[in-house]
Write a protein that binds this ligand. Sequence first.
Ligand SMILES: [Fe+2]
Ligand SMILES: [Fe+2]
Length: 277
Amino acid sequence: MRNDNEPRHVMPWRIEDIDLTRIDRQRAAANEDLMLLLAASSFIESGSDLYTSNLNVFFNGDPEVSEWLNREWEPEELQHGRALKTYIQYVWPEFDWDAAFQTFIEEYSTTCSFEEFEKTRALEMVARCVVETGTATLYRAIGECSDEPVLKEITANIRSDEVRHYKHFFRYFKKYNQIEGHGRLAVLGALMRRVIEIRNEDSEIALRHVYAGRYPDRVRDEAYSRELTARVNKLVRHNLSADMCVKMLLKPLNLPAKIRPGVHYPLAKITQHVFFR
Ligand SMILES: [Fe+2]
Ligand SMILES: [Fe+2]
């Protein structure tokens, strides 16, 4: 829904400007679990446009939000998908990304519906903050567990986009909550609903389609794919910055400074286990 007369958004970074020939192929391919995770993330990011159209309908009549979603958010999210795809194709030339993505998107598109949305705009903004917190945390963890410089550079770029997205959604949350006036309990409810939801469906579907493309002969071996999923999640959990994650999650609750340290540690532990069990 872009208006072609508007000036184009200048992307903060471009995958085309990164010299992929610097990728240490062997070093990257040696970490199979990380590559599986990257492939799954590239699928979810590349499916971001499914959400934009739903979000556009949900925020219809608010040009500030719709314009930002269309001009900045969606192109940046799609570039995350493209950047990771490019990286994967360089390291795994034998992996048919397009074919695996096709089967993924057929299943994934049936899960993106209005039922997933919160009941009000302010609370949906809280849910969006949780999603951006999850991705910022994930890319930080990926950057930390990788020793391949090009991947570190790409994930650092993606992470700073996700943090900026979070800041936008947080600002929109405050704008709508001035009208809707939700208390902490309602905000906490939206936070928890999304934290629980973020863990399961999306990454599970994506990983399943990555495995099917990567190990077609083990496609029906459920025990094997459970084992792979557990390994991939463990990898993230070990490198997760629960601290950053919890700080971002707590912000919409606007807790008084004196009780913040008290809830920080238990929440960090819970988050670590709920996000990447
Ligand atoms: Fe993203
Ligand atoms: Fe994002």
